[in-house]
Design a protein around this ligand. Structure first.
Ligand SMILES: Cc1ncc(COP(=O)(O)O)c(C=O)c1O
Length: 371
């Protein structure tokens, strides 16, 4: 059996008529950029997230960098995030011209460690970017407390956890703005690139709207900006998919529970840790080998068995070749947890359209590996 890492075409076939109808609607409208479908999706997405404003942008990286720019973050300002997030979180800080301060993650959740953040705050810190990594919320209450006592902005990078929740908080409740990515493989993904910012802050809304469209909010009037819009075809695809996101998350959680049950007694690996009371939506089902030396052999074994397992992310940001490319960056404190994660992580296939037989096959493939 082969088990692929992604189920994009299966998902398309599952709701083909809904997606095709929206694409057709856009094509027939004659308006493909900043048209009515984008407006419709922005309204639907704002309602879904419980925020006053949602702004579609070109991708999740721009969602972060444009938000930082609107908040006035500038060269010399420090923005704290963690070293084991996807590269783009730090990249967006550099695009905005600020200094990326990289701290460690929590040993169990792999989300940002609030103690490491607290130790990294200086008089130049302007913002914290917690990432809801792998589909589980970062510890937002602790981050909010730090932000309040030091008067910092908080931007949640929610590229990986649409439909997740904390135990007693929703995403967006404890921050200035939330950013997300709609790239193909995300839990809510289109057939290409896309992203959004959502917020209750009218200044962020107006600012990002302007920056995404060549600094323009009225025809022929411009200030400095970018071309970073969410195309209407993508908005139509996302509008169709948004209606299913709750069910899809439930299925991801169901497959994660099946992996948990099937793998819990495998001593050579550590399973993903779900915080009690949190709704983890398993963008990734990330296991770690207890011994980093086991990672590549286990990964090769799975691949050889036809299981398309991958790594997220096997090279931490500060270990990338050429880091930091002349950009402003600093490591504060130990990054031991982030480095252990990079050295030992393996992502098993997880998406709503998997079958029980496929999940069981992956479980057996892991279990059949001998050190
Ligand atoms: C945590 C995180 N932040 C930011 C991004 C950037 O999103 P995009 O690829 O749409 O620019 C991604 C995904 O790609 C991501 O996983």
């Amino acid at each position: 059996m082969n088990v692929s890492f992604y189920g994009h075409t299966r998902q398309y076939h599952g709701i083909k008529s809904e997606i095709d109808a929206n694409i057709q609607k856009v094509l027939e409208s004659g308006q493909y950029v900043m048209g009515p479908m984008l407006k419709q999706f922005e309204a639907e997405f704002a309602a879904y997230t419980g925020k006053k404003y949602a702004i579609g942008v070109g991708n999740g990286t721009d969602a972060i960098s444009l938000t930082l720019m609107v908040l006035g973050v500038k060269p010399g300002d420090e923005v704290i995030t963690h070293a084991n997030t996807f590269f783009a979180t730090a990249e967006a800080i550099w695009i905005a011209g600020a200094k990326a301060v990289l701290v460690d993650c929590d040993e169990k959740t792999r989300c940002i460690d609030p103690k490491a953040v607290a130790a990294a705050i200086t008089a130049r810190t302007r913002a914290i970017i917690p990432v809801h990594l792998y589909g589980q919320c970062a510890p937002m209450r602790e981050i909010r407390k730090l932000a309040d006592s030091h008067k910092l902005f908080v931007i949640e990078d929610n590229a990986q956890a649409i439909d997740a929740r904390g135990d007693d908080f929703r995403i967006g409740e404890l921050s200035d703005a939330v950013t997300t990515s709609f790239i193909i493989q995300k839990n809510l993904g289109t057939f290409g690139d896309g992203g959004a910012v959502y917020t209750d802050n009218a200044t962020i809304d107006a600012g990002v709207r302007k920056l995404r469209n060549h600094g323009s909010s009225a025809r022929d009037h411009h200030s400095f900006g970018f071309n970073s819009r969410l195309d209407d075809i993508h908005a139509g695809i996302l509008s169709a998919k948004l209606k299913h996101i709750g069910d899809w998350s439930d299925l991801r959680r169901q497959w994660a529970a099946r992996y948990d049950a099937g793998l819990k007694d495998v001593g050579s690996i550590v399973l993903p840790y779900a915080r009690p009371g949190y709704r983890h939506v398993y963008h990734l089902y990330e296991i770690e080998t207890r011994d980093a030396a086991d990672r590549n052999p286990l990964l090769a074994h799975l691949n050889q068995k036809g299981v398309d397992a991958k790594t997220h992310y096997s090279i931490a940001i500060h270990k990338q070749e050429g880091y930091p490319w002349g950009k402003d960056a600093e490591i504060r404190g130990s990054l031991a947890n982030a480095e252990k994660n990079a050295a030992s992580c393996i992502s098993l296939p997880i998406y709503p359209e998997l079958t029980a037989d496929e999940v069981d096959y992956v479980i057996e493939a892991v279990r059949s590996w001998k050190r």
